[in-house]
Design a protein around this ligand. Structure first.
Ligand SMILES: Cc1ncc(COP(=O)(O)O)c(C=O)c1O
Length: 395
């Protein structure tokens, strides 16, 4: 983070950090929609390629609009360095694969977004990297899973979709004792409410597709860590393999960051109001919200999160048919698999994000056919609550 960015409070950094004005003095960040760059001379071109002169070379490696997004995210997260990617999955895959080689071992929490679990459970073993999945809430399981060749730990917290809160500082300590790194997917917490690097993680990843865009427009991802981690693992991997962010998406996401704190605060207030309105409802068997004192890991949530979440997990008291009746009866809230949007959204994890898992694996994670993930939008909270209460009559 530059000294000038560090001087300002977080909200100010979200608006200003990383801006590089061109000679035209534009107010808004410029969109450099270019694949490549030209050089004053062949000597300058050669010097840039050798890394002897700073500057841009080719947008697969770096681009001024993407660099502004990376610098703004790094300044907000309190990370030394950041690299943007085409999607959240490109960020997760890069953060893991770039550290690993055949013969290594990974330990990850079982409760992962479906695609993340596929990377750990199916993809890595194809290339000779063993993986062990543990109950992320059970510290003894993390400890017991360690092998001499364990290189990295991976978790998300709160988890998708049941909002378990894993003790990041405790897992980081176990990883470091084993000589491994810890990568945290911080999508559900958002950079506003949780800072995994400050809790001891070595690397944080986001799907920028979620709250960072926040208006359902584009995909993106970002990896944040120390300069050493980026240089050792991420930089060359991204440059040579190419899962880079488009400058257009970086520009949209820069605009998203300007309003992130306003949106996420409002969404969190709405999620808390929804949780309060539905907690005692007769058609709801279980309601999970990290900001409530009845959350199973309320103490850990208080310790490591600055606020609840923009998401609420509900378990409808009924089978899949009853749950679908509830979803289909919603008039304002849309059925989708995204989250963190301006529009309030619901997802049925068992048939979408986690449909790849076996029924037994879903049961182990508490993802029954009645579980619904609610993502708070920016509508008036009363309209959202009224829509949910009316739809519950259809259960
Ligand atoms: C927790 C979590 N991690 C990663 C991703 C992947 O992000 P993307 O869809 O941008 O690739 C998602 C997407 O739903 C997610 O919920």
């Amino acid at each position: 983070m530059s000294a000038s960015a560090r001087r300002y409070r977080p909200e100010t950094r979200l608006v200003h950090a990383g801006q590089m004005r061109s000679n035209f003095g534009e107010t808004s960040e410029a969109l450099y929609l270019t694949q490549g760059f030209v050089y004053d001379s062949a000597e300058q071109c050669a010097a840039r390629f050798k890394g002897e002169e700073p500057g841009f070379l080719y947008s697969r490696f770096s681009n001024p609009t993407v660099a502004m997004f990376e610098a703004r995210m790094a300044a907000f997260e309190g990370a030394e360095a950041a690299r943007a990617t085409a999607s959240g999955m490109a960020a997760v895959t890069t953060a893991l694969v770039a550290q690993l080689k055949a013969g290594d071992h990974v330990v990850a929490a079982k409760a992962l977004f479906g695609s993340c679990r596929w990377v750990v459970e199916d993809l890595l073993p194809r290339f000779g990297v063993a993986s062990t999945l543990v109950d992320g809430l059970d510290l003894a399981q993390w400890r017991a899973a360690v092998r001499p060749n364990t290189k990295t730990f991976f978790l998300e917290s709160p988890t998708n979709p049941t909002l378990d809160v894993i003790d990041i500082a405790a897992v980081a300590a176990i990883a470091h004792e084993a000589g491994a790194t810890l990568v945290v997917d911080n999508v559900f917490a958002t950079p506003l409410w949780q800072s995994p690097l400050a809790l001891g993680a070595d690397c944080v990843v986001y799907s920028a597709t979620k709250h960072i865009d926040g208006q359902g427009r584009c995909l993106g991802g970002i990896i944040l860590s120390s300069e050493e981690f980026i240089q050792k693992h991420v930089h060359t991997f991204l440059r040579q393999t190419g899962p880079c962010m488009s400058p257009f998406n970086a520009w949209v996401l820069l605009k998203g960051l300007e309003t992130l704190h306003l949106r996420v605060k409002r969404q969190t207030d709405t999620a808390a109001a929804v949780a309060a309105a539905l907690a005692e409802h007769g058609k709801i068997k279980r309601l999970i919200y990290p900001g409530r004192s009845d959350h199973p890991q309320a103490e850990t949530a208080r310790k490591q999160m600055r606020a609840g979440s923009t998401l609420v997990a509900l378990e409808i008291d009924g089978d899949q048919a009853a749950t679908f009746r509830f979803l289909n009866a919603l008039e304002l809230i849309a059925i989708t698999n995204n989250l963190g949007d301006a529009k309030s959204l619901v997802t049925h994890p068992a048939t979408t994000t986690h449909q790849r898992l076996t029924p037994e694996q879903r049961a182990e994670l508490g993802i029954t056919d009645g579980v619904v993930r609610f993502s708070a939008g920016l509508e008036h909270p009363d309209d959202v609550i009224e829509d949910l209460l009316a739809a519950l009559k259809a259960v």
